[in-house]
Design a protein. Structure first.
Length: 135
């Protein structure tokens, strides 16, 4: 018959010990694996301590680490977006102004100044399909 392994007694670690281990990991003085080996626990248990007591390394949080050049590039791109949005706003104001001028010209002159795409092009003879159909 194979030997039965003895059950280890249940160990409970104090909150202070867990917090101290988390502090060591956060400061970079110790790795998760080393803390797990020193306390004879699994690395999953140490990650549980990190989730519970860490200020930075909690599950569900994402920390974006980028180089200084990436940060400045992102800032430059955001600045460029703001400039383009401002230029777009100025162009829209210009379009609105020109449309208003066309409307005022139409009222004063009594002529439609906007080009109509649905009308047939003029042949210069004065005859259109509508005029020829009525003859």
């Amino acid at each position: 018959m194979p030997k039965r392994e003895q059950l280890r007694p249940r160990r409970i670690f104090s909150d202070e010990l867990k917090k101290q281990a988390v502090t060591l990991i956060e400061s970079g003085k110790c790795s998760v694996l080393k803390v797990a080996r020193d306390n004879c626990v699994s690395h999953q248990a140490v990650y549980g301590w990190l989730n519970k007591y860490s200020r930075y390394l909690q599950s569900g949080k994402t920390i974006v680490v980028q180089m200084e050049s990436e940060a400045s590039k992102t800032e430059d791109l955001q600045k460029r977006i703001r400039e383009l949005e401002a230029a777009l706003g100025r162009k829209q104001l210009e379009i609105d102004f020109l449309n208003k001028m066309i409307d005022i010209g139409k009222e004063e002159l009594g002529i439609d100044l906007k080009k109509k795409y649905s009308t047939p092009p003029s042949t210069g003879s004065g005859f259109t399909k509508e005029n020829t159909a009525t003859k």
